[in-house]
Ligand binder design. Sequence first.
Ligand code: AMP
Length: 213
Amino acid sequence: MIVVLTGAPGAGKGTQADLLAERLGYRKLSTGDALRKHVKAGTEIGKVAGQIMERGELVPDDVLFGIIKAELNGKSSDVYLLDGYPRNISQAETLATLEAVHPVKAVIHLDVPRPELVSRLSGRRVCQSCGATYHVTSNPSKRPGVCDKCGGALQQRADDNPDSVAVRLDVYEKNTRPILDHYQKKGLYLKVNGLGSTEGIYKDLKGSLERAL
Ligand code: AMP
């Protein structure tokens, strides 16, 4: 079965998906992470996706569906947590074509106001070695530019610059927000407040999921 974790860029989907995967054994599938791996490895998909991602726009739907189909390769009893997919109505409809084996059981919306999203994204720093994330003011590393966990170098994501952040938030409003209504009509939509401590949000999210599944 599938649980969709949705919300604007910077809402904390990746952080919460990691916790749910670690603590509840869900299989996390982040399309952003999968695409970044392709870009790093210089694959054909990476060549198509790299510049589009850097501008903050959406990578074509057929590329994404290829990734989703390849990754949803486990048993139908596995719980897949989708982080960053679907991002528009067309992707939601395509995902529904897999429902005989992988039905969507809940769509959780991490809700965060736009000014907070801008601040989170512009201050975000990511470890190039282990992927741990920090924030320059709210969650800084002990030594500037160095990961506390593995000593790797911290960098700003290519698409966390102000121009791309503005595009990503606009793309979210125009393309992704309509999926909330789409899933509400199907009785699958759940909203969780994405402001507060990581553990507090996790508790709300887990509670919502337990009631839904
Ligand atoms: P994320 O890490 O989820 O913020 O995704 C980073 C970037 O990857 C997005 O800004 C898009 O360019 C691309 N991307 C990730 N998921 C999708 C998707 N479902 N559809 C289209 N593009 C995507």
